[in-house]
Design a protein around this ligand. Sequence first.
Ligand SMILES: Cc1cc2nc3c(=O)[nH]c(=O)nc-3n(C[C@H](O)[C@H](O)[C@H](O)COP(=O)(O)OP(=O)(O)OC[C@H]3O[C@@H](n4cnc5c(N)ncnc54)[C@H](O)[C@@H]3O)c2cc1C
Length: 501
Amino acid sequence: MHELSRRGVLKATAATGAGAVILPGISAAEAPAASAAGKGPSEVKCKPAKLTGRIVRPDDAGYADASLGWDELFVHYPLVIVYAQNTQDVVNALTWARQHDVALRVRSGRHSLEGWSNVDNGIVIDVSELKSAHIDTHTHVATVGAGLTQLEAVTMLGKKDLAVTTGSEGTVGLSGATLGGGFGFLNRWLGMACDSLIGAEVVVASGAECAKVVKADLNHNSDLLWALRGAGNGNFGIVTSLTYKVTPLKSVAYVQATWNGLGDLHAVFDTWQRTAPIADNRLGSQLEVHRDKILLFAVLAKGTAAEAKKMLAPILSVGSPDVSTQVGNWGDVYAGFQIPTQADPANWKFFSQFTRKPFPKKAISLIGSFMQDAPSDASNFFTQSFGGAVRKSPRGGTAFTHRDAIFYSEPGAGWGTRGQAGSGDAITPQAQAWIAEFSQALRPYVNGAYVNVPNVGMQEWETAYWGSNFDRLREIKAKYDPYNVFKYEQSIPPATLHGHA
Ligand SMILES: Cc1cc2nc3c(=O)[nH]c(=O)nc-3n(C[C@H](O)[C@H](O)[C@H](O)COP(=O)(O)OP(=O)(O)OC[C@H]3O[C@@H](n4cnc5c(N)ncnc54)[C@H](O)[C@@H]3O)c2cc1C
């Protein structure tokens, strides 16, 4: 029988050098006593746990791939990765982590933009293989496993002429996007992804050593549902399934426009920011400024190409953009604009910002000058129109707070080649400085930040993400995770820690 505490593992690792992974003979078949970390017998309320599911350890052939996140800027060496095959595997993994005092992280689509769904020497509880789906086409309710990607969810719903808001990148996890808010082309029509979340199954910590399964919906643990709607990423428990209200959607019109060079930037940006947030709610759009071009992407739900072009006429009439349109099932259109991950740079850095008043001329000039100095071709200034249904909270409310934003924006730098460790090293300091200086220059014109695109250097991230909701989130955290088991760089601390006044 092995006794394993986090301290023990770290000590062993330190002895062999940074980055090494030590496996002191732990195996799923062994069942160490729940005596680690000095917990008294009166607090032990569950049997010693075994790890179950598909388990990957550092000696296994698939470990390198299993450890890699989408953003290769962040590298971690977990002690063990558990790919849960069902809810009980998650309960076992959480109990095991607690009994052994091992740091834990929750992971679904691996797109955490600071690498926070992975951890050195800890356990990664990965829900990406929970792919179940039950779609009720009569009640318009869909319950899906927490492992679906956005592309899988949009495709599955699209085949039944149904939709829910998701972000535009198909490989992002539906869980991660929804639990932090979730915006995309349909947000002005259907609200944020989290606004359609009407229920969840969640594995939470229980007692001093254990784990249990709870439901969160408007009738059960409704405070937890509220918290999961915008603050649920790795804070309260491990979401194993999500239930959404879904909306009939047969077809969309998709418009893409390209302006070569940045000569039209002022007119394009200003027209977009004054029209897109107040357009027909069915119209969602994104503007992307690159160093040598401006791109507009727009989706009109339930509309024709002619109708979409008419709504976009003020902006499309600036200069002479190349314009293309497509009409079709949302699932097909969404799949059609995906870019394969391999074509993306390896490393990324972003800074998230919301805006309530149109940018003045000076702010648009800043975008132009920073983009001209961008560290790579892939770097861009991305925006997503808000307004419309985003302004309205669903029944039961949400922790997501940026309802009065007119748009979301982020400077993003991408560099380096996937699978070639170190290929971007020469550009890394330049890219980091560019993001820091760009976002700092825009500070007078923005408010708040988006927890799904975390701002690591921000002093008051708590209120930037959640405004005045932060105090309630701390209370809910104290209720569902009083021992602060779900803890990472910017996790929500409980209002009171168990055992403390
Ligand atoms: C290329 C790209 C494009 C993006 N575009 C958009 C966009 O258009 N709209 C938008 O809203 N966002 C967008 N995002 C941000 C995206 O929503 C977040 O990165 C999201 O958190 C990723 O979720 P994931 O499951 O893929 O990542 P993971 O790394 O698996 O998880 C991200 C966070 O969620 C937690 N988490 C994951 N699953 C669970 C679970 N089941 N239970 C509890 N906690 C969990 C993790 O612990 C971690 O803190 C984009 C990100 C990228 C990289």
